[in-house]
Design a protein around this ligand. Sequence first.
Ligand SMILES: NC(=O)c1ccc[n+]([C@@H]2O[C@H](COP(=O)([O-])OP(=O)(O)OC[C@H]3O[C@@H](n4cnc5c(N)ncnc54)[C@H](OP(=O)(O)O)[C@@H]3O)[C@@H](O)[C@H]2O)c1
Length: 237
Amino acid sequence: MTNDPNSSRVALVTGANRGLGTEIARQLLTRGFHVWVTARHLPDAQATAGALGPHARPLQLDVSSPTSITTAIDHAIGALGRIDVLINNAGITDGLQPATGPDFALAAATLETNVLGAWRTATAVIPHMVAAGYGRIVNISSNLGSLHHMTDAAGEPAYRVSKAALNALTRLLAAELAGTGVLVNAASPGWTRTDMGGAHAPRDVEEGADTPVWLATLPETAHTTGQLFYDREPLTW
Ligand SMILES: NC(=O)c1ccc[n+]([C@@H]2O[C@H](COP(=O)([O-])OP(=O)(O)OC[C@H]3O[C@@H](n4cnc5c(N)ncnc54)[C@H](OP(=O)(O)O)[C@@H]3O)[C@@H](O)[C@H]2O)c1
């Protein structure tokens, strides 16, 4: 045990078996956290947690399944008694399709995962954070979710709507949790080389994970909540 308060903190990362989720988990582990490395398929969580080290704990969590969410959170609380940090990272995209004629099944799945998944996971964790008087929730958003930039026809309409909704959720949760010690913020990692971002993205995962991890480790005295950040700076909604 060190004097670093993070050495006894517990984080839970959704979609942690690859991409930004794995890197966020890795960076939190280097800061002394115990990390629930969650994935929708348990063997993926086990493989990733095994590679990350002894303070990484695998857990099955499919954010599109309310039962999976409550089972996972109950297990995590039962095992370690607390969840100090929730990283709502799991996400999918609907890809290159027009807003004027989307595949609505794909759009529904995108909203279910990116918005309702994050929302349900947060509501499962929040009572435990409020009881502890401490919590950091980081919703992984995107520059593509800013209304300010939605004047082009770049595709991914459901993805963009989902991230705008996630930004709205960030503000609503933060407002309701004011004064509880639970801070809720959103972070855009930027265009990052992952399966989703592709090989030509300019950022590596280390850079993409920086702002989410910074928000997850805001000091005890911080009041920053209900905001959206990119490279540790406020991003226009
Ligand atoms: N990469 C970028 O350029 C970029 C830019 C802005 C924002 N983001 C955001 O960053 C986050 C991570 O993206 P990434 O680039 O790391 O994507 P990725 O490589 O495609 O990884 C996505 C992760 O989400 C998981 N996931 C999908 N559906 C899930 C579900 N129902 N339950 C639990 N996990 C689920 C995936 O699990 P499986 O392996 O089981 O599919 C995978 O672990 C996403 O929210 C994304 O929107 C990414």
